[in-house]
Write a protein that binds this ligand. Structure first.
Ligand code: SF4
Length: 267
């Protein structure tokens, strides 16, 4: 049955959604297909002199994906497969973002800030990643961010800084990331840095040879670019521009329009 054949019912639905939007702290949600159907029907309403109602509805996240991710997160939170990491971590760092994300950014492992806060990419490198995401036209909440490893690699007592995960640690934790990717099903994966590439593809090579080209991860297009921490260490505009050019390739792959301002952007 076509929705537009029942204009009064449609009007009632839209008025209810509008009331929810105005009176509730949360905006109403609808599935993408329902939203498309309402938008297609909107011109019919105005032509039949119905009261104009602005359709402003957030596209709902798929609750099944969120539930599935939560189930994996629960298992990760008590994982002790790497005893040395399980005994030294403050908490596991699962991942954050939209379970329906088109883009999934994957880094290497939590650092001290992430271990303390339980969220990936929250330190200085994370702030730069957020800046990159915003320059691409997204909010951090629109994408999904995770790491190869869910626990901070342990460092000797009293020492500062972070260490890279070992191949064994990456191999041990990899199944959790596979589950995340399988649930989210992003249209594009962005591997941030050489460790992420090694964890995903098992490939070791200098980043200058890896970045800026499309690879594939189980059929999902994979863009390799520098880790934001590298850009903090190497402030050369040319290196920042390379990352931005990689991100423009991602936008093109997603059929997102790129403005002139974005084309000329330097991080
Ligand atoms: S790094 Fe991964 S596999 Fe190892 S203990 Fe943490 S959650 Fe488990």
């Amino acid at each position: 049955m076509r929705l537009m054949q029942f204009p009064q019912a449609l009007e009632a639905v839209l008025l209810t959604l509008e009331r929810m939007r105005e009176e509730s702290a949360h905006r109403p949600c609808a599935s993408r297909s329902a939203l498309d159907a309402l938008k297609r029907t909107a011109p019919v309403r105005s032509s039949e002199n119905f009261r104009e109602t602005k359709i402003d509805i957030e596209v709902a996240k798929d609750p099944k994906k969120a539930d599935k991710l939560a189930a994996v997160q629960t298992r990760v939170s008590v994982c002790t497969k790497c005893p040395n990491l399980a005994s030294t971590r403050t908490q596991t760092v699962f991942g954050v973002g939209n379970p329906d994300a088109d883009i999934m950014f994957i880094g290497e492992a939590p650092g001290a800030d992430e271990d303390a806060q339980g969220e990936p990419f929250v330190g200085r490198a994370g702030q730069l990643l957020t800046k990159i995401i915003k320059a691409m036209g997204f909010a951090r909440e629109d994408v999904y961010i995770a790491n190869i490893l869910k626990c901070r690699p342990d460092v000797p007592a009293g020492s500062f800084g972070n260490r890279a995960p070992t191949p064994r640690e990456m191999q041990t934790c990899r199944p959790y990331l596979m589950e995340q990717i399988d649930i989210i099903k992003p249209k594009v994966i962005v591997a941030l840095g050489a460790v992420a590439v090694e964890g995903l593809l098992g490939t070791r090579a200098p980043m200058r040879e890896l970045r800026g080209r499309w690879d594939s991860f189980n059929g999902t297009p994979l863009m390799i670019t520098y880790h934001p921490a590298y850009l903090l260490r190497n402030q050369a505009p040319s290196e920042k521009r390379k990352v931005w050019e990689d991100m423009m390739l991602v936008l093109e792959r997603l059929d997102k329009p790129i403005s002139e301002k974005q084309r000329n952007y330097f991080l």
